[in-house]
Design a protein around this ligand. Structure first.
Ligand SMILES: [Fe+2]
Length: 279
């Protein structure tokens, strides 16, 4: 057996409502998170850390964050979170007072070191707006943090994708100042991944020379409409989370992202019998 990589699980867009309420009158996001937490707890080897990349609450209200905390309580893994457009910075700060936020009363940015990796969590939320934007203070903090520990690989997490997916109604509310992020990212080859949420779909592209992903959600997906055929719609598709596995090596190592479906499946079953022959 080879040595275990450093594993960072990412879950996104939980949209927790008050107990008993369904998202859009249809989706039980609380049940979806319960299943997601169980899947994370059962996953072996245990992930080293979990990042929740925004839209933890839905409306948001303090009651939703209390519900969220009760649903996250069984999670056996350390976690950190950043706001999405459905969140409130103030309510998140109150809900997770132990978080090591970089500044007070401004964006909830965090640097979290996990097994020699820097996880840089950027707050791209704009209070009261669906789109994303990185404040000048966030970009300055990112630049300063990246230059302060140049020997470590870094993974960047933010809620809003800095690229167009082709889904028209999401693309008008993505990260509006993506160019400003790209200008910082291009200066630091130690960035191995940019990981986002917001679109509730597994998506991959290159941005500023770095692999950049969108994490699927544990609940509903944004409808994959690439031709403006329908009104903005959602669809309940297989729930999943991302597992970012980092392997040490030259040039800041290698990062591989796995998509992990959330459900009960048959297996795992061995390929080979006791005699070493294929079954
Ligand atoms: Fe969002």
């Amino acid at each position: 057996m080879s040595q275990k990589p450093v594993c960072i699980a990412q879950i996104s867009d939980l949209h927790i409502k008050q107990p008993g309420a369904l998202a859009y009158g249809r989706v039980d996001t609380a049940k979806a998170l319960e299943r997601c937490v169980a899947a994370l707890n059962e996953f072996a080897p245990a992930p080293d850390f979990v990042v929740i990349s925004g839209d933890l609450a839905d409306t948001p209200t303090a009651e939703e964050y209390e519900h969220l905390k009760r649903l996250l309580a069984p999670l056996k893994l350390p976690f950190g979170s950043i706001p999405g457009n459905h969140d409130s910075r103030e309510m998140m700060r109150a809900a997770f007072p132990a978080s090591n936020h970089a500044q007070f009363s401004v964006p909830l940015n965090q640097r979290i070191e996990v097994a020699g990796l820097d996880l840089l969590l950027l707050d791209s939320s704009v209070p009261g707006k669906p789109h994303g934007q990185l404040d000048p203070s966030t970009l300055e903090w990112l630049d300063g943090t990246l230059s302060s520990t140049p020997q470590r690989p870094a993974l960047i997490f933010l809620h809003h994708p800095p690229f167009k997916t082709g889904i028209w109604h999401m693309d008008r509310q993505n990260l509006l100042n993506a160019d400003a992020l790209a200008a910082v990212v291009r200066r630091y080859p130690r960035i191995r991944l940019i990981a986002t949420g917001h679109v509730h779909r597994a998506t991959l592209t290159m941005f500023a020379g770095v692999p950049t992903t969108i994490c699927p959600a544990p609940n509903h997906a944004v409808d994959l409409d690439l031709a403006e055929l329908r009104e903005p719609s959602f669809k309940v598709e297989p729930p999943a989370f991302h597992l970012h596995a980092w392997f040490p090596g030259e040039s800041f190592g290698t990062l591989v992202t796995h998509q992990v479906p959330i459900s009960q499946f048959d297996g795992p079953h061995p390929f080979f019998g006791p005699d070493g022959k294929l079954l």
